[in-house]
Design a protein around this ligand. Sequence first.
Ligand SMILES: C[S@@+](CC[C@H](N)C(=O)[O-])C[C@H]1O[C@@H](n2cnc3c(N)ncnc32)[C@H](O)[C@@H]1O
Length: 296
Amino acid sequence: MKTIRVRITAEELEAKRIAEILERAFEDDGNPVTIYEASPDGRIWSAEILLFDMEPDEASATVRDRVGADAFAAPLEAEELPDINWVEKSLEGLKPVRAGRFIVHGGHDRDKVVPGAIGLEIEAALAFGTGHHGTTAGCLEEIDRLLSLREYDGILDLGTGTGVLAIAAALKGRQSVLATDIDPIATKTALENARLNGASHLVKGFTANGMEDRRFSLYGPFDLVIANILARPLMKMSKSIGEHMTATATLVLSGLRVEDGPRILFAYRCQGFVLDRRREKDGWLTLTLVRGRKLA
Ligand SMILES: C[S@@+](CC[C@H](N)C(=O)[O-])C[C@H]1O[C@@H](n2cnc3c(N)ncnc32)[C@H](O)[C@@H]1O
């Protein structure tokens, strides 16, 4: 069967919007739409759709017809793909992955959660966070370690994506976690995933840009914040994050390239944090910082 991939490349939020439009336009056909990070800094994303049994030109025209020619300005790229089993391929991307005591898996792999492990069933939809990325895995390992050491009074997952980290912390610590994201689709996905994991009584969430929102004061101050966002927004947010945290808080930061480490440490040192632990995975850095004390 001839498979044509139509791909549209854009900025992250624009690519998500395009993927949504595509998904709605083709939902009755059951065509998969995927969204993925294309550049190492995570700024350029693509939305793509697979169409079958047509030529590339026809596939581009079909996409334009269904979504309306001016729905998006970004150019379309259509190419024929080698003969691959796409169902198998897409399931591969969601293969169960282990990080600390957590096993992140899709709905079809519940039986892969071995005794002693904590299963996190994640439906990625249009949000980031299946556990395969070095940043998510680094945060999961830290959540496992930190919540084995003690309880935290007030936990926030800032930039929750699929909610994978919030759900992990809620299930591991058996306590409430606030999950927020700038993207309403991510917030919705996170709350749906919390329900899927029997954690909706523990995970609450709302949509907000950074921590400039009065609702954070209702839930905070936070004793543990996990923020897997990129270095630049984390630098900009250092003051507001610090203001909403307790005097002896722990902060896990990820989404950082190894070279971002020193300037992030400097920015958060100004908020009273010192380095407790660093983890590197596939060139991505996860830093755990503490305020007012050193962990054992
Ligand atoms: C790399 S993903 C992390 C997702 C998930 N927490 C994980 O670890 O896999 C970063 C998330 O942060 C969100 N984000 C980006 N800028 C943000 C901001 N200023 N405030 C809140 N969330 C933001 C994005 O929408 C995205 O869902």
